[in-house]
Write a protein that binds this ligand. Structure first.
Ligand code: SAM
Length: 405
């Protein structure tokens, strides 16, 4: 969206039209015709329709709040999910700040959480003119301002809490998706600038992509990898009042609440590698990314099956809080990895469909699934499904036949 269209969209009459739309794809043509009859220009009609669609998509991140917000497609894609932003807000408010600066605020998802839960004022800025204008609109009910400005130009002495979520995408692939940048000096603002800025403010959070190398976590900081409803969404670096501990942590946010795994939960010695027991456990991605898998072994009564593969195994099902940190499978058999013998073994057991998973083996699960050519269950026959996990146990390659439980 260009700045002129954004300005037209922000006209109170146009916003009233947008708020009145009950969008559904089947009603699109009808709505467009109605808006044209109301005298809106084709550009403004297109912008209003896009907003109506984006509000529907945004409900996945913002729930009903999406219906009173404005978005750019990129801004929505980069926006923090509301429950995760609420977690950021809890951290950032720990030091009871008076002014929280969110520098590079996007459409304002984190800033909204900061402004919505505490007594502090919020200053937000974005280097993109349209994004900043939409953030200002989204923040309108709160003690917050959002302006079109660069993070690097903000006077850090004004803030007592700082939130940074540097842009990590640039350019477009052929299919229209954005490149993800992996070098922290290519982020905007740069990670080195963010870390230097952090030295000047008493409470700091910096959101980064979960693939961040552990070597980039500065000494004395906390690095918390977070998964939300099974998706690993970020690593956030915390310092000062926002920090709860030193070192690495994994936060698993699920339907039944949250679980935190920390370096303090790690055993004092490496957990042994042993053969497959009755259950196989696949740790949550946040635990894997934070390198804290071995912290789950004692609570699950589990061991590793390989030095570098992120599966654990044990003889009892996962129970207690640690169960939230794993997907678990009841092991039925260890099968050969060759397609023909595997197919034979599955057919013999009456299995009609499988989910193929892999870790530590160079196979394409979708291709294996096709190659297995399992016959679907006959008419009136129940279909029998199982999970086949290709992995290595010690030096041995195997296909573990299992049921999800
Ligand atoms: C990952 S998004 C922020 C998303 C935001 N935390 C949210 O949840 O909605 C990063 C934003 O930083 C902005 N940006 C990039 N470089 C910047 C800079 N030097 N100063 C200010 N903003 C910048 C981009 O335009 C983009 O909107």
């Amino acid at each position: 969206m260009d700045p002129q269209t954004a300005a037209a969209l922000l006209d109170p009459d146009v916003l009233a039209v947008l708020d009145s739309i009950e969008y559904s794809p089947s009603a699109e043509m009808q709505i467009q015709q109605r808006l044209r009859k109301q005298g809106l220009s084709p550009d403004v009609v297109a912008a209003v329709m896009t907003q109506a669609q984006l509000r529907i998509e945004a409900r996945a991140k913002f729930g009903p709040f999406a219906d009173s917000m404005l978005f750019t497609r990129d801004g929505l894609g980069q926006a923090t999910r509301l429950p995760v932003a609420a977690m950021h807000a809890k951290r950032i408010h720990r030091g009871k700040p008076q002014l929280i600066a969110d520098l590079g605020c996007g459409i304002g998802a984190d800033a909204l959480a900061f402004a919505g839960v505490g007594a502090a004022s919020v200053y937000a800025c974005d280097s993109d003119e349209v994004t900043a204008a939409l953030a200002a609109y989204n923040l309108r009910p709160f003690d917050a301002i959002a302006e079109h400005a660069r993070a690097e130009d903000f006077n850090l002495d004004r803030a007592d809490a700082l939130w940074l979520d540097p842009a990590r995408r640039s350019g477009k692939n052929a299919d229209g998706s954005a490149f993800r940048l992996s070098h922290p000096e290519a982020f905007s603002p740069r990670l080195s600038w963010a870390l230097a800025a952090a030295e000047r403010v008493p409470s700091v959070g910096i959101k980064l992509g979960p693939a961040l190398s552990h070597g980039l976590v500065p000494a004395g900081w906390e690095a918390q990898w977070t998964s939300h409803m099974g998706d690993v969404v970020e690593v956030a670096l915390f310092r000062g009042h926002a920090q709860e501990r030193e070192g690495r942590a994994a936060l698993i946010m699920g339907e039944e609440g949250s679980l935190t795994v920390t370096e303090a939960d790690l055993p004092s010695a490496e957990v042994e590698v042993a053969s497959i027991g009755d259950y196989l456990f696949e740790p949550d991605g946040a635990v894997i990314r934070s390198g804290l898998i071995q912290a789950l072994c004692a609570p699950l009564g589990a061991h590793r099956i390989h030095e570098s593969i992120a599966y654990l195994s044990g003889d009892r099902p996962a129970e207690g809080p640690a169960a939230q940190a794993v997907s678990q499978y009841r092991v039925e058999d260890i099968l050969p990895t060759g397609i023909r013998s595997l197919r034979g073994a599955l057919t013999q057991r009456g299995i009609t469909q499988v989910v193929v998973k892999k870790r530590g083996m160079d196979i394409d699960p979708a291709q294996v699934q096709r190659q297995l050519k399992l016959e679907p269950a006959g008419k009136g026959q129940p279909s029998e499904s199982a999970v086949v996990i290709f992995t290595r146990v010690g030096e041995q390659r195997c296909a573990i036949l299992a049921r999800e439980c």
